[in-house]
Design a protein around this ligand. Structure first.
Ligand code: NAD
Length: 410
């Protein structure tokens, strides 16, 4: 199934059956509350005019104001934005965050723009966004956006409003009243979840870990697991993978990647393809790159005991059925990678109270919140005799359903 919104709806249908949701709740959740689509005309540096298509979806705001990512990619379409908004709604509910799910972006290749063009486009996006603000909808970063674009967005918003409002935009740098720890939040959160899962499965320190993807998320989680005494035996990026069966010194590997821009060629390692890497003999597998890498084609060859979905949707539904039959434990994306959603919520809280926390406070609150989400998921999975993915969705949908009923929406 290639349409991401169809995938989101099929997970909704499967989980609503397990949760025993009323048909009206499912009907309500099968479409976004609001969709904005608008054009942004931009005069390029060479004088040409280009018109860009922009989107923002408020999927569901029963639990609080909508918030999250803004994606600048050339192939953005409305169904992708709807699916991402839905997943954010679920992620916030799983993590116990008082927020709804929002997502948006512009169909653009930011690499083809000059810095000045990118700034003008980003500011125009905020000017033209019909509903925004700390109590309405808070755009954050996603693919193609960064702390820099978020600082421009905040500045533009504050210019429009005529007052400071640091809680109106997320993922901005600490220098403009952002939060510390936001860049590391997803990898750090994935590490906290891994520590709980290894306790449950009695996987001891010294066990082997494999990472697909060594970017923001994979790298931070690998660093923390290495520090904790786990043996990282293989890592990869878009250029391919490397393996070292007695384990990498992850600090040295990071310095190498900073210099070379890739893991390929790290001294003392053997090259391996991304496909082979997934099938390596290991205890823990962390897919932290892209979606749909474990499918019915390779699920039978996976040897890990535990898989933590650091990326969004790395396991297809058919692949997951096979893993489930083989007794391989999967911690789903909405639990494993909700660290950044949690810290974004902390960023808003800090902005609203104009009080800024240190990294120890951010990380200890992150740990408390994400471990609670993991524990609640395990409890529901045991109770309902279902997968962790269904359990996480059941918990989220139940919270959403209760709030929508109390509000009189269904
Ligand atoms: P990133 O761009 O920093 O790193 C991605 C890594 O994956 C890089 O090492 C890249 O070379 C590698 N990669 C890309 N395509 C690949 C391919 N086809 N095969 C193998 N490796 C490939 O991204 P990130 O922020 O680390 O995010 C990783 C994943 O986690 C993405 O799926 C993202 O959507 C998801 N995610 C990220 C966050 C976050 O806060 N960064 C939050 C939730 C989910």
């Amino acid at each position: 199934m290639s349409n991401p919104f169809d995938t989101a709806l099929s997970t909704l249908r499967a989980a609503s059956e397990v949760a025993g949701l009323e048909p009206n709740v499912v009907k309500f959740l099968s479409q976004p509350k609001r969709i904005f689509q608008f054009s942004i005309p931009l005069k390029l540096d060479n004088g040409d005019l280009e018109i860009f298509t922009a989107y923002r979806v408020h999927y569901n705001d029963a639990l609080g104001q909508t918030k999250n990512g803004t994606r600048f990619v050339p192939d953005l379409d409305l169904d992708t934005v709807k699916a991402l908004g839905f997943w954010m709604t679920i992620k916030h509910a799983v993590a116990g965050i008082p927020a709804g799910g929002g997502k948006g972006g512009i169909k653009v290749d930011p690499k083809k723009l000059s810095e000045g063009e990118l700034e003008r486009l980003t500011r125009a996006y905020i000017r033209k966004l019909p509903m925004k603000g700390a109590w309405v909808d808070i755009p954050g970063a996603d693919i193609g956006t960064s702390a820099k674009t978020q600082a421009w967005m905040l500045d533009e918003y504050e210019e429009i409003m005529g007052f400071h409002s640091p809680a109106a935009i997320n993922d901005k740098p600490a220098e403009v009243n952002g939060t510390v720890g936001s860049m590391e939040a997803t990898g750090t959160g994935a590490f906290f979840v891994t520590m709980e899962a290894v306790k449950d499965l009695s996987i001891p320190k010294g066990s082997t870990v494999v990472f697909q993807g060594f970017g923001n998320v994979g790298r931070i989680a690998a660093r923390l697991l290495y520090k904790e005494g786990y043996k990282v035996i293989a890592v990869s990026d878009i250029n391919g993978g490397i393996v070292k069966l007695d384990g990498f010194n992850v600090n040295e590997l990071e310095s190498y990647v900073d210099k070379e821009g890739t893991v390929a060629g790290f001294p003392g390692s053997r090259p391996i393809s991304n496909q082979e890497l997934l099938e390596l003999n290991c205890d823990i597998l962390m897919p932290a790159a892209v979606q749909s890498v474990i499918t019915e084609e390779n699920a039978n060859n996976i040897k890990a005991k535990l898989i933590l979905e650091c990326a969004n949707g790395p396991i297809t539904p058919n692949g997951e059925k096979i893993l489930e039959d083989r007794g391989i434990k999967v911690v789903p994306d909405v639990v494993t990678n909700c660290g950044s959603a949690i810290v974004c919520s902390f960023e808003r809280t800090q902005g609203l109270t104009d009080t800024y926390w240190d990294i120890e406070t951010v990380n200890s609150k992150l740990k408390e919140r994400i471990v609670k989400a993991y524990r609640e998921t395990v409890e529901t999975a045991d109770l309902k005799k279902t997968s962790m993915r269904n359990a996480a969705w059941v918990n989220a949908l139940t919270k959403l359903s209760n709030s929508m009923k109390a509000r009189g929406w269904v």
